[in-house]
Design a protein around this ligand. Structure first.
Ligand code: PLP
Length: 458
């Protein structure tokens, strides 16, 4: 075994060890062997430092999660305090502890509507597994065990466990491991740029929303437990729905007796410019999935926010035979509480809504003057641009989908900016504390990367 102090070995040695022993999520093994992983050793504010000492502007807040930015001493202090006081205890079998109690109460206070109850989980994926079971148990407790089917959307992302990946609509994921599991069906996404054809965005939004009604009728209302969706699809490419989409979905949800699960793992905790994406779109979920921004990623924690209506039924029936060792982990809960305090006390979300969000929006939308950028979409601090060889026809590149996006991502890295690609869409989701000068830098680097990519493909 190598001593811990060797974590600052030269980059090539770290990469070799990494390729030999570390299996990465969503990474081709060959790529690791050929090029080696990018190794991040430190971070502060909106900047990462890599193992060669290069500072990189993090346009993705890690994985959409470091909402308060990196390096907050108060977060480390909260973790250390809690670790000394009570590093672990479980919340099974009628036990609790102060961090769980205070975090649950705080979440009930900030969550919209009557989402007054929390079931804690370890991540977004296992939160969605919880939600899947809870929705089915909710109906079973009411004598309707046949209401089992959950309707989801193609190209939605809900996590990587068997349940969550089945709820997700990533076809590439379904190809591996025999997914989806039974009882999950998918409707199409509201991605006008890629799939809208000759329809106007508004016509298309209505048409895609109506697929929910068609699916409810096809499956049978008496068999449908819930509809799950992200207010804005994040990992699918920051697909901001046309304005007509959510009102029509709401009309349909009001008509049929099914639950609505809002997956706010990305949208929650300020990402869309409000505390929750549901507030941005005036949605009223029965269950809400939270993770990521709940602790700004400083420690893993997720949760299912549950409405009075659902909680009453779940609590009144037989025990909900479900839970994780790390449900409401005390250190993670204490860190999440500190994160919420920082978000609130420093008015970080208000600043996104009133100042930095509109500033980024103006600069981001101006990227459509670039010859290769088709639509630019943005809500709060999550944004995407569609790369295209011909804006007027919304054409796709001749190369395999994602080839140009990958080139652009590499040019971003070369210019010390993290921007992700989803196919040929480029996406950002920076820390919510990004300042106006940092936004200027992000846009400057993005433009340079786009110019360099364009020079390669035109
Ligand atoms: N739901 C959404 C909307 C997500 O974006 C993600 C992760 O990106 C998840 C669920 C899964 O969360 P986790 O990776 O914490 O399991």
């Amino acid at each position: 075994m190598r001593p811990m102090s060797e974590n600052h070995l030269p980059t090539a040695e770290l990469q070799a060890l990494d390729a030999a022993h570390h299996m990465h999520p969503f990474t081709e093994g060959d790529a690791l062997n050929a090029k080696g992983a990018r190794i991040i050793t430190a971070a502060q504010g909106c900047y990462l430092t890599d193992s060669d000492g290069i500072e990189i502007l993090d346009g993705m807040a890690g994985l959409w999660c470091v909402n308060i930015g990196y390096g907050r001493q108060e977060m480390a202090d909260a973790a250390a305090r809690q670790m000394r006081q009570l590093p672990f205890y479980n919340t099974f079998f009628q036990t609790s502890h102060p961090p769980a109690i205070h975090l649950a109460a705080k979440l009930a206070e900030i969550a919209p509507g009557d989402l007054n109850h929390v079931f804690f989980n370890g991540s977004g994926s296992d939160s969605n597994d919880t939600n899947l079971r809870m929705a089915r148990v909710y109906w079973a407790h009411q004598g309707k065990p046949e209401k089992q089917v959950v309707i989801s959307r193609w190209n939605g992302y809900h996590g990587s466990t068997m349940g969550a990946a089945s709820l997700g609509g990533m076809k590439g994921m379904h190809k591996q491991g025999g997914l989806p599991i039974p009882g999950i069906v998918h409707i199409n996404q509201p991605d006008w740029w890629a799939e809208g054809g000759d329809m106007s965005p508004e016509e298309f939004g209505i048409a895609r929303a109506r697929e929910l009604e068609e699916m409810i009728l096809e499956v049978g209302e008496d068999k449908v437990a819930a509809f799950i969706a992200e207010p804005v699809q994040g990992a699918g490419g920051v697909i901001v729905p046309p304005d007509s989409y959510w009102p029509e979905i709401k009309r349909i949800l009001a008509k049929y007796d099914i639950l609505f699960i809002a997956d706010e793992v990305i949208c929650g905790f300020g990402r869309t410019g409000n505390w929750f994406g549901c507030q941005t779109y005036d949605l009223h979920p029965d269950i809400m999935t939270i993770a990521k921004g709940l602790s700004s990623g400083y420690l893993p924690i997720g949760g299912s926010l549950v409405s009075d209506k659902v909680a009453q039924v779940i609590n009144a029936g037989d025990e909900f035979a479900h839970g994780y060792t790390y449900s409401a982990h005390p250190v993670a809960a204490a860190v999440a509480l500190e994160n919420l305090r920082i978000l609130q006390d420093e008015k970080i979300i208000e600043t996104v809504q009133a100042e930095t969000g509109p500033y980024l929006k103006e600069k981001w939308e101006a990227l459509t003057d670039h010859p290769m950028v088709g639509e630019a979409k943005i809500v709060g601090m999550m944004a995407s641009i569609a790369l295209t060889p011909d804006k007027a026809s919304r054409a796709k590149f001749a190369a395999k989908a994602g080839t140009v996006g990958l080139m652009a991502r590499e040019r971003c890295f070369a210019n010390h900016l993290v921007m992700r690609h989803v196919g040929d869409r480029m996406i950002i989701s920076p820390p919510l504390v990004i300042t106006k000068p940092e936004i200027d830098l992000l846009i400057e680097r993005a433009r340079k990367a786009l110019d360099e990519t364009y020079a390669q493909v035109k």
